[in-house]
Design a protein around this ligand. Structure first.
Ligand SMILES: *Cc1c(COP(=O)(O)O)cnc(C)c1O
Length: 369
């Protein structure tokens, strides 16, 4: 039996930098600061610099990053927040966590990203109720940010990017995360920039938003033991920050590896009876996932799994159909079809081109079976 191939491989991501990561962990253990210390500060500086300047605020995870970013840009309980339904349920959970209401809009059929036309219709229909929009930069592809920003500005609505899958992606030469009023990142171990535990951050160019985030993430404290506003505990710890500093140095190189692997898939699968990923013009994706589509998705997934090729389905059930967030009256046919057809092939930096060839050959064999 050949080596199992996984959609993501955080262990391989650790092994690739094991010596440096162990040294970083030792440094923290010996340093004696374990929460919000020099490693978090240094990581925040380095992650902000990665965006060409601005402010990064480390938080507990990606869900918290979204919730706190929405709060920091002024979203309040009862406000509507527009997002898509083909995302991690975390996107909706973050909106609900602060008492706001998710409003799901349709996606575009090609890249499966937020449809600006659908956004425009919802903003017009729900005038005044919607206070923010959360485009999800899904699979490593930025959504149509110029159009989304123009609509948001016209309607006086804030934009918080969900960048949990798009560390380093660009659109028109500009990084994901730098378009909106704030951007939420997850460093869950499987993400392109992954910690070895939970972690998250918010990036913003707005110093006032960053200041608000620093209060919100730690009990509303500016001064220790004095809560200036109601806050919570959502801190990034020193160990994860030190690990993330190592991983950040390799992010661009690892994204480049993902691009090479994705290009190989695109070439091998060019004639296969599958919908291959569509890359909107001007986009440099970072291939968090390589998402193909076929109405025979379950069959292909089982065929590959039987050959030790383990694919992911992001996401099998749209959020507006999940029991916790169900909106029975809402129909989003393009989203629903995407969720029924999508299959995410293994694409992570520990794979070799031979692994991609193996997946490609098995898919071609499946298509002839
Ligand atoms: C991973 C992910 C999140 C949640 O991040 P956590 O760190 O797991 O809380 C949110 N949105 C998207 C699109 C994600 O992929």
């Amino acid at each position: 039996m050949s080596k199992p191939l996984l959609t993501a491989d955080p262990h391989a991501g650790f092994l690739a930098h094991a010596d440096e990561i162990r040294a970083a962990v030792d440094r923290v253990l010996a340093g004696g600061r374990y929460i919000l210390g020099p490693e978090v500060e240094a990581f925040e500086r380095e992650f902000a610099a990665y965006h060409g300047g601005g402010h990064a605020v480390g938080v507990a995870n990606g869900t918290e990053a979204l919730a706190l970013a929405l709060q920091a840009v002024g979203v309040k309980a009862g406000d509507g927040v527009v997002t898509v339904a083909n995302s991690a349920s975390a996107t909706a959970a973050a909106i609900q966590e602060i008492g706001a209401q998710p409003v799901f809009v349709e996606i575009e059929d090609d890249a499966m990203l937020m449809s600006p036309a659908a956004l425009e219709a919802v903003l017009a229909a729900q005038k005044g109720k919607v206070k923010a929009v959360v485009p999800v930069q899904l699979y490593g592809l930025p959504a149509a940010m110029p159009a989304i920003l123009a609509l948001a500005r016209r309607h006086g609505v804030k934009v918080v990017e969900d960048c949990a899958q798009a560390h380093g992606a660009t659109l028109d030469g500009r990084k994901a995360g730098t378009w909106g009023d704030a951007a939420a990142y997850s460093f869950y171990p499987t993400k392109n920039l992954g910690a070895l535990g939970d972690g998250g951050a918010v990036f913003t160019r707005d110093a006032a938003v960053a200041e608000q985030l620093r209060l919100l993430r730690q009990y509303g404290w500016r001064q220790r033991y004095v809560s200036e506003i109601p806050g919570r505990n959502s801190r990034l710890d020193e160990l994860q920050a030190a690990i993330l500093r190592v991983k950040l140095k390799y992010l661009d190189a690892e994204n480049a590896t993902r691009r090479t692997l994705a290009a190989r898939y695109l070439k091998i699968l060019a004639g296969a009876p599958l919908q291959l990923p569509v890359i909107p013009p001007g986009t440099e994706p970072v291939w968090h996932q390589f998402a193909v589509r076929t109405p025979r998705r379950d069959d292909l997934q089982a065929y590959l799994a039987a050959r030790e090729i383990h694919c992911g389905v992001l996401y099998p059930m749209p959020i507006h159909r999940q029991p916790a967030y169900a909106v029975p009256a809402l129909s989003l046919p393009v989203t629903e079809r995407a969720c029924a057809e999508v299959l995410c092939l293994p694409v992570h930096p520990a794979l070799a081109s031979g692994d991609i060839d193996r997946v490609g050959e098995e898919i071609l064999r499946w298509s002839r079976s």
